[in-house]
Design a protein around this ligand. Structure first.
Ligand code: SF4
Ligand code: SF4
Length: 303
């Protein structure tokens, strides 16, 4: 039987999720709760509703179609009452603008493979492949394992974008099907890590040490969030830690951007977390890149 799992998107022609042209499969659910998450619709494990106010035509077809009176528009904004809703999905199916939609769907390895195989010629031409992202793919280890194995069986290059918060056995088990790890490290200070993400980073650091020792191909990715993890102390701790990882040859700095804000506002049932920020300045990026270069690793500043 084909293993099933929950995903919330499959993005074709991705060029920032590993080498070459890639298709990225976004897994639903994440054990961390970073307030700056660029894919807030991937955080919750369960299905949820998203309303894009800018796309809404104001027709109220969704409200009229709901026989449980779960939808209303107080002050012009869509309100969907959780206690009344039975997830029949009539409202999302009737919406002419796809302004109201369900985020997430259950799928199988076979179904995802059908999508991935469409772009094999592009992977071959560009030395690209498939990236597993999210959310956190390792929250669904069996589905990830079977999907990655199927990709390798057909000769595709595989990349795993992970926050590293996973059972060591799951991570080590999947390694044989993964060509490249994009390992997201939010900060090295544990107290801060708990404060900002909701979990300790000790497992994350240990898993990263293990991957490095095992000779896996790992790029460390550091999301640079002004006022959160960009001060000299944070960068020194990062540089000191990365220096100990002999197997890691590259560090990518990912400057914060605000693209997530609209998506986050559209998640109807998500808890609102007050967080806003500005992208790091070019001067600050240059300074940080310089400090990280002292580790002897290749350092890139990404999009
Ligand atoms: S059906 Fe769609 S477009 Fe019409 S009011 Fe509802 S969300 Fe807006
Ligand atoms: S999914 Fe919920 S809100 Fe939408 S029509 Fe069904 S019961 Fe109503």
């Amino acid at each position: 039987m084909s293993q099933s799992g929950f995903i919330f998107d499959v993005k074709r022609f991705a060029i920032h999720d590993g080498p070459g042209i890639r298709t990225t499969v976004f897994f639903k659910g994440c054990p961390l709760d970073c307030p700056w998450c660029h894919n807030p619709e991937g955080k919750a494990r369960q299905l949820e509703f998203m309303w894009a106010e800018a796309d809404c035509l104001g027709c109220r077809d969704c409200k009229d179609a709901c026989n449980r009176n779960a939808i209303s528009f107080p002050k012009g904004s869509l309100l969907l009452e959780k206690e009344k809703c039975n997830f029949c999905q009539v409202c999302t199916q009737i919406c002419p603008a796809r302004a109201l939609r369900i985020v997430g769907s259950e799928t199988t390895v076979m179904e995802v493979m059908k999508e991935l195989e469409k772009d094999v010629p592009f992977y071959d031409q560009s030395d690209g492949g498939v990236t597993f992202s999210g959310g956190e793919p390792l929250m669904q280890p069996l589905f990830l394992n079977d999907l990655a194995e199927a990709c390798k069986d057909t000769g595709m290059h595989t990349t795993l974008d992970t926050c590293g918060y996973a059972e060591p056995e799951s991570l080590q088990g999947i390694s044989r099907h993964i060509d490249l790890f994009l390992y997201d490290l939010k900060m090295v200070d544990d107290e801060k890590h708990v404060r900002f993400t909701g979990v300790s980073n000790s497992l994350i650091l240990e898993n990263l040490r293990t991957l490095s020792r095992s000779g896996e191909n790992v790029i460390v990715r550091y999301p640079l969030i002004p006022t959160v993890n960009d001060n000299d102390e944070d960068i020194s701790k990062l540089a000191d830690f990365v220096s100990t990882l002999k197997g890691v040859k590259e560090v990518h700095v990912l400057p914060y951007h605000r693209s997530w804000v609209t998506k986050s506002k559209g998640l109807i049932w998500a808890e609102e977390k007050p967080f806003d920020n500005h992208p790091p300045s070019p001067t600050s990026l240059k300074r940080i890149q310089g400090k990280l270069l002292d580790t002897g690793k290749k350092v890139l500043v990404s999009r």
